[in-house]
Design a protein around this ligand. Structure first.
Ligand SMILES: [Zn+2]
Ligand SMILES: [Zn+2]
Ligand SMILES: [Zn+2]
Length: 132
């Protein structure tokens, strides 16, 4: 059902959650084969690629779930990561903006390609299955 196959060039440029968002929800901000900007997966709006603007958005976006006022002071525009410290969020955002934008939700692993993260996630599943 995903319109962008895993091997598609376009997918390498997009954080995994955003890829899901675009493919499953048919997000309109995606034009043609090149990803043209930074979009908040929570409120569906365009953010400037300026780190400070992104950080502002992480703090102010009202569509982000902030169940814990302290921990969710900053919520990542592209995934469910949240932190109280703006320095932590800056580092986190850099991962999305850098060449390893795919981030494992369970550990610190980052990947250049979605396929690599998929393989990595399978390892987590195997470990979990080994325990239970
Ligand atoms: Zn937002
Ligand atoms: Zn994130
Ligand atoms: Zn991991």
């Amino acid at each position: 059902m995903c319109q962008f196959p895993v091997v598609d060039f376009t997918c390498y440029l997009i954080p995994i959650e955003l890829h899901y968002f675009i493919c499953v929800k048919g997000y309109l901000g995606f034009s043609g084969s090149v990803f043209t900007g930074i979009f908040c997966v929570h409120c569906n709006s365009n953010i400037s690629s300026n780190l400070r603007d992104i950080l502002e958005h992480c703090r102010l976006c009202s569509f982000m779930q902030r169940t814990d006022v302290l921990k969710h002071k900053y919520v990542c525009y592209a995934c469910s990561y949240a932190t109280y410290y703006n320095g932590n969020m800056k580092n986190h955002i850099r991962i999305h903006l850098g060449d390893r934008p795919f981030i494992c939700k369970l550990c610190n692993y980052t990947a250049t390609r979605k396929t690599h993260l998929n393989v990595h996630m399978r390892n987590h599943e195997k470990k979990l299955n080994g325990i239970f």
